[in-house]
Design a protein around this ligand. Structure first.
Ligand SMILES: [Zn+2]
Length: 259
């Protein structure tokens, strides 16, 4: 079994059946994160078609301004979702600083819910890595998955010390910066992702398919001087530890541990 702890299955469109076939064929446990309420509803409908897919509700920082003025409208979906994401901050791709306060309001609202409901969060940190670390500390969020980290190494070290988990994805196939980061993550905090289908599209111009996660595992094994099976087993063990005895993720846990 493989782990794709950050993908957007609702973005597949016509290629979704093919993607779900790969997920079932290769047994790729997939967290389908969402951008907004509609995206979560679609992810839920997709998850209903596969035992390997779990839908997660979040409001992406790019979408935050649309929701910042009516946060309680998000409560029901937050309560319903077994984990929360994609959430976070983005001061890199979002160049308009007037949206930053809205991003923070939405993100903090989710962090407060994650603390209260004891849920895992799936985080976007681009350009705002230090602030995200500060907020994880302030809200005492221990179960965090940091997606596609590409920020400063000292903040990476802070997040590692805080106990965050990190999904390394397809850019490890292309970027020396990402390879440096991937080497620095302790083995027991490492997870894998694809950010499909958009991550690969951004890198090479064509949508990514689920099997890409195996290329990520191969690349990670090579740069960490281990073999693929050992690395894949480590990632599975890490996700199992992160999930722990979370009752909302019990089905996933038994899939993962084969019980
Ligand atoms: Zn994403």
């Amino acid at each position: 079994m493989w782990i794709d702890a950050h993908a957007h299955l609702d973005h597949y469109g016509d290629a979704l059946p093919a993607a779900l076939d790969e997920i079932a064929g290769q047994r790729i446990l997939t967290f389908s994160v969402s951008m907004n309420p509609d995206s979560y509803r679609q992810a839920q409908a997709i998850a209903a078609q596969s035992p390997y897919v779990l839908a997660s509700f979040g409001v992406h920082p790019w979408e935050a301004p649309r929701f910042a003025d009516n946060l309680p409208a998000l409560d029901e979906l937050m309560a319903e979702s077994p984990l929360l994401g994609e959430i976070g901050l983005d001061t890199y791709w979002v160049e308009d600083p007037t949206t930053y306060p809205a991003q923070r309001r939405v993100f903090e609202y989710f962090l407060a819910a994650a603390r209260e409901q004891e849920k895992i969060v799936n985080l976007h940190t681009k350009g705002a890595e230090r602030e995200v670390l500060d907020l994880l500390r302030r809200y005492d969020i221990r179960r965090a998955i940091v997606h596609w980290y590409s920020g400063p190494l000292d903040v990476l070290d802070g997040l590692i010390a805080w106990g965050a988990y990190f999904t390394v994805g397809v850019e490890v196939l292309r970027s020396e910066t990402i390879r440096t980061i991937a080497r620095r993550i302790p083995p027991e905090q490492l997870l894998t992702e694809t950010d499909n289908p958009g991550g690969w599209e951004w890198l090479v111009g064509e949508p990514g398919m689920p099997h890409l996660v195996m290329d990520v595992v191969r690349a990670l094994a090579e740069l960490r001087r281990t073999d693929q099976d050992t690395l894949a087993a480590q990632v599975r063990a890490n996700l199992a530890r992160l999930i722990g005895d979370d009752p909302r993720l019990a089905a996933l846990q038994s899939l993962l541990t084969g019980s």
